[in-house]
Each structure stands twice: as structure tokens, then as C-alpha cells.
Design a binder for this molecule. Structure first.
Ligand code: TYC
Length: 113
């Protein structure tokens, strides 16, 4: 039985340590170009990917379809190249829209310099 003494002397079952890394970017770094990469997954419907690319990255329907198919076939595709601040805001917006619909769409950034 779990007496008060047992509880007080019990070894913790989980660790509660949290490590946070803070990265500060200078104004100059925020302006540097980043490639926005679309990552394939097995769940997000093709129409949703195309819709997000049209809405968030202002791609034409044809271009959005081409990018989506490239990611679907090759695993990832270049969407656009933007300054870091703009690129990260759009990635956040795109992933939020997908999450709101229940899909795990992922985009990530790569430095283009
Ligand atoms: N592979 C997904 C499917 O078959 C479609 C998809 C394409 C998902 C590109 C994500 O970045 C992506 N439904």
C-alpha cells in the first residue's frame, strides 16, 4: 500500500528537467534568405497541401500542384526563398492552418547563404 512515507521516499518515475535554448538573431540575420521546404507525409490530403500553398505562399494553383507533387514523389520540395522573419511567419501560418484541419503538415527552413 502507498503510505505517506512511501510517497515521500519514492524515486521519481519521470524527469521534470527542461532544457531551453534561446537563439537571438540580429536584424541583419533576420534579413538573410532562407529556403522554405515542404516535407511529405502520409496523412495530409493533396488538396489541403495545395490550398495551404495557394493561401499562405501566394502560389498559383498550377505552381502549388507542381510543388505538392514534387514533395509527394521526392520527399520534399522547395516552396520559396524569403528573409528569415517572413519565412518563419509563413511556415507558422501554414502549419497552423493544417493543424486546425487536423493534419500534420510540416515545412522547414534552410539557410540559403
Ligand atoms: N503524401 C500525401 C498524400 O498522399 C500528400 C502530401 C504531399 C502531403 C506533399 C504532404 O508535403 C506534402 N495524401
Amino acid at each position: 500500500m502507498n503510505t505517506r512515507r512511501d510517497v515521500a521516499t519514492a524515486e521519481p518515475q519521470t524527469t521534470t528537467d527542461v532544457e531551453l535554448d534561446f537563439i537571438t538573431l540580429s536584424d541583419e540575420e533576420l534579413e538573410k534568405p532562407y529556403r522554405v521546404i515542404l516535407q511529405n507525409d502520409d496523412i495530409t490530403p493533396m488538396e489541403v497541401v495545395v490550398w495551404v500553398l495557394e493561401k499562405v505562399f501566394e502560389q498559383s494553383f498550377e505552381q502549388a500542384k507542381r510543388i505538392m507533387i514534387e514533395a509527394h514523389v521526392k520527399g520534399h520540395a522547395l516552396v520559396t526563398i524569403l528573409p528569415f522573419k517572413e519565412a518563419s511567419a509563413r511556415v507558422y501560418s501554414a502549419q497552423s492552418r493544417a493543424r486546425d484541419m487536423g493534419f500534420p503538415l510540416v515545412l522547414f527552413l534552410e539557410p540559403d547563404f
